[in-house]
Design a protein around this ligand. Structure first.
Ligand SMILES: Nc1ncnc2c1ncn2[C@@H]1O[C@H](COP(=O)(O)OP(=O)(O)O)[C@@H](O)[C@H]1O
Ligand SMILES: [Mg+2]
Length: 395
């Protein structure tokens, strides 16, 4: 139908957008970090789902690799958050780094023996968690000597760091996404071991950078595991795109392919999406595909708006809603009564429940990424138009 190029927009997860809006500050700051490998730096990247955390991480990697840093990236899942899996995962990542370093030109010619001995010692590592023994290399027996995870991590990071200093790489980065799933449990070291070992090797001037990315509860998880965690990290809190970058994210990709939007369309799209990056991609995509003029008009938007809402309802909103329990769904509906946010006082009145009955459900909804505490005593939906979705969704 449309005599135009395929849609340039990228609604989805972690898909690089055609125009990266409103991230210059973060990327510029990251470049200054890369320029000073001797200065200990770690980054927390947080923000609600769909604001573009994973996309920014991808750009971090590109920046880092183009300055010759080594980057190990991983997306965590619930399974990886199990303490034994967590231990093996981290040690495996460090082993991967050691292997990559051992291939580096300078190491090959000058420090091959050192690299070989590091790799051998990594291969025989095993960590104990009470009764559970974790061997890093599958198939190897755990050796008799069992260590605590924090000790092992620190030793391994030191060795890898030492290799790195002998190589042509300025430093190495552990870049972990969806990290809100990892929590410290009593008697099972996870976060605390990672933080304390990174802090220790950074004090020894090893050029390691830790980048942890996840939903906002990640910060609380970290703070609980180590009181100094706030001082270890620079935090990038990502939010919706701000004007004029929100508009550019919609307009620019079309303009590059010789299409434009009527101003009114842009204004309406910004009002509805509130600059939420995922929605901007989705609006752009559906408007692009569903219209055929060089200019995308107000009439196009009116005609296509039901399609947009339908896609959002059946995919995005419904997928979120089903994560809530029956009681949590009731609370969501009470929040949505007259808008996209409300106060806890209002909620108590509407639901007839006491604050102490409500709070556990609210916390669960925050953990699930459905609502956030906008300010003291206020709760709001994490996605624009979620309240409107609940109001039009049949019970
Ligand atoms: N800075 C940005 N400008 C425009 N679109 C973006 C930007 N960041 C992300 N997006 C788009 O938003 C969507 C969600 O991005 P993603 O990185 O997966 O979010 P998160 O990891 O925070 O959940 C993707 O469709 C992506 O193309
Ligand atoms: Mg993500």
């Amino acid at each position: 139908m449309a005599p135009f190029a395929p849609s340039p927009y990228r609604p989805g997860m972690g898909l690089d957008p055609p125009y990266l809006g409103d991230r210059d500050i973060q990327i510029e700051r990251f470049r200054t970090f890369l320029a000073e490998p001797g200065v200990p730096r770690n980054l927390l990247v947080t923000g609600l789902r769909g604001v573009g955390k994973t996309v920014l991480l991808r750009h971090y990697s590109d920046e880092a690799e183009s300055s010759n840093w080594l980057v190990i990236s991983r997306e965590f899942s619930d399974a990886d958050a199990q303490p034994d899996v967590f231990a093996r995962t981290l040690l495996t990542d460090l082993t991967r780094l050691a292997r990559r370093l051992s291939m580096s030109a300078r190491i090959k010619s000058a420090a091959a023996a050192v690299a070989q001995s590091v790799l051998e010692s990594l291969g025989s590592l095993s960590v104990s968690y009470g009764e559970i023994k974790v061997a890093v290399s599958a198939g190897r027996q755990a050796t008799a000597k069992l260590n605590r995870l924090d000790d092992d991590l620190r030793d391994v990071m030191m060795q890898v760091g030492d290799l790195c200093l002998r190589s042509e790489h300025p430093g190495f980065i552990l870049r972990y996404d969806e990290f809100q799933v990892v929590r410290e449990r009593r008697g099972w070291m996870t976060l605390s071991a990672l933080l304390s070992s990174v802090a220790a090797v950074q004090q020894a001037e090893i050029p390691i950078m830790l980048i942890l990315c996840g939903l906002p509860p990640m910060r609380e998880n970290l703070a609980r595991s180590k009181s100094y965690s706030e001082r270890m990290f620079f935090t990038e809190e990502l939010g919706n795109l701000r004007p004029p970058e929100d508009r550019a994210a919609l307009i620019d990709p079309a303009a590059r392919l010789n299409r434009r939007y009527e101003d009114e369309v842009v204004e309406l799209a910004m009002q509805e999406t509130m600059g939420y990056p995922f929605f901007i991609q989705l609006y752009g995509d559906i408007l692009w595909r569903g219209s055929s003029g060089t200019t995308i008009t107000r009439a196009d938007l009116q005609r296509l708006r039901p399609d947009i809402l339908d896609v959002l309802d059946r995919g995005f909103f419904e997928a979120r809603f089903v994560r809530a329990s029956t009681e949590e769904r009731r609370i969501l509906r009470f929040i949505a009564v007259d808008g996209e946010s409300t106060t806890v006082d209002q909620l108590q009145r509407r639901s007839g429940r006491q604050n102490n009955q409500l709070q556990p459900h609210l916390s669960a909804l925050v953990q699930k990424g459905l609502i956030y505490r906008a300010s003291r005593g206020h709760v709001a939906f994490t996605a624009p138009m979620f309240g409107a979705f609940l109001r039009r969704r049949p019970e």
